[in-house]
Design a protein around this ligand. Structure first.
Ligand SMILES: Cc1cc2nc3c(=O)[nH]c(=O)nc-3n(C[C@H](O)[C@H](O)[C@H](O)COP(=O)(O)OP(=O)(O)OC[C@H]3O[C@@H](n4cnc5c(N)ncnc54)[C@H](O)[C@@H]3O)c2cc1C
Length: 365
């Protein structure tokens, strides 16, 4: 039977971030069931490098977002991955929202983000013409990244270190042994068995399903999975924005906000809707809701230029409350050599390199 030190299930940005880092000191194999890396959530998001403003200071999200942002900007510079520090305008429209804005400023400081600045009405009018809001903060360290180029750079780092990415290969099951695991893979319909010391489940939306097929892992260590779709509409033609524009966050998302891609294309979203199955179709009927939400802060929106774009799905752990990333090693579930990553929704792209650093430190314990 073939042996490899570490098998990583999932070649999204998280699995690839882990692979790039761990391959510097050990032999790594990353597998993905799809024909290419990053075909699920990692290529269906806003590509925003988040500053780390919202999350509770004790959460993994706060810690790994702030650390991940720094690691990501460094990585992009070093490996020539396109990224831009566009900055983000976070706005309030009502007195109640102004209180929320003040709370976010306090929370950001607790998270170690000290660069938020209040914008005057004149500054808002100058930086985002036509935006109808009553108060705003500017976050200069929020930016955007080309997520495909980022993942490609991680694949190069992995391969340069002697590691491998194999696509069209599905993790089937794993059984613990005295020194790790026997793993069964399905390579384009053919079964394949190998052994490894360390198994990392970075399967994103499929992480729970994978975990259920690891013999010896107690069911109570596998959290519920809920799919929460986020749809985008793009805005065709010219527009007045050079920064990312965000309303106050909502329970399950950040509100229908405006982001720009590397080419300056404006798009709005994502919304939030719990769905029963993996369905990346954009519902054209959602346009009316988008128009209403956007015109509440940008009345000049021309609805005719708003077109359905794409959708991504958040791997939520709860229907009715906020959540943190769950990254469990043997200290938690008792299975030596196994790390499970659950609920890696936003800001997972921003946090990806910090998640890798965190998992590496867990493996050393
Ligand atoms: C709408 C939306 C907007 C977002 N916006 C942002 C943002 O602006 N900024 C930010 O920081 N984060 C954002 N995120 C979050 C970010 O996209 C994710 O946290 C991140 O992409 C998760 O990466 P991943 O590698 O964990 O998952 P994925 O990219 O889903 O990768 C998991 C991979 O595992 C593979 N896999 C699973 N099971 C198996 C198996 N059994 N065998 C083989 N392969 C398997 C899958 O095929 C998949 O390729 C957003 C998410 C969504 C949904």
């Amino acid at each position: 039977m073939d042996h490899v030190d570490t098998v990583i299930i999932g070649a999204g940005v998280v699995g690839l971030g882990l692979a790039a880092r761990l391959s510097q000191t050990r032999q790594v194999l990353v597998i993905d069931q799809m024909g290419q890396f990053g075909e699920h959530t990692s290529s269906r998001n806003s590509e925003v490098i988040h500053a780390g403003l919202y999350y509770d200071e004790h959460s993994l999200k706060a810690r790994l977002c702030v650390r991940g942002k720094a690691l990501l900007y460094d990585h992009c510079e070093r490996f020539h991955v396109p990224a831009k520090r566009l900055g983000k305008i976070l706005f309030a429209r009502t007195a109640a929202e102004q209180d929320k804005l003040a709370n976010i400023e306090t929370q950001a400081k607790r998270n170690g983000v000290h660069d938020l600045t209040p914008l005057s009405r004149a500054q808002i009018a100058d930086m985002a013409p036509g935006l109808r809001v009553s108060a705003a903060l500017f976050s200069p360290s929020t930016g955007i990244v080309d997520s495909h180029q980022l993942m490609l750079s991680l694949v190069h780092q992995l391969e340069h270190a002697g590691g491998n990415l194999v696509c069209h290969t599905r993790f089937d099951s794993a059984e613990p042994t005295a020194s790790g695991f026997n793993v069964i893979l399905d390579c384009d319909g053919e079964g394949f068995k190998l052994s490894c010391h360390t198994l990392i489940n970075a399967g994103g939306l499929f992480a729970q399903d994978n975990a259920r097929r690891i013999i010896g892992l107690g069911k109570h260590h596998i959290p519920q999975s809920h799919l929460c779709r986020g749809q985008y509409f793009c805005y065709q033609g010219s527009h007045p924005f050079h920064h990312l524009i965000y309303p106050m966050p909502e329970q399950h998302g950040l509100g229908i906000h405006a982001t720009l891609d590397m080419a300056g294309q404006l798009r709005f979203g994502p919304d939030t809707e719990f769905v029963d199955q993996l369905d990346y179709q954009v519902d054209a009927q959602a346009k009316a809701r988008f128009v209403e939400a956007i015109q509440s802060y940008w009345p000049a929106l021309d609805p005719a230029r708003l077109q359905p774009d794409y959708a991504g799905i958040r791997p939520k752990l709860y229907l009715d409350q906020g959540q943190d990333f769950v990254i469990d090693g043997h200290q938690h579930h008792g299975v030596n050599g196994l790390i499970n990553l659950f609920g890696i929704e936003s800001p997972g792209l921003t946090a990806s390199l910090a998640i890798a650093e965190y998992v590496e430190s867990q493996l050393k314990r």
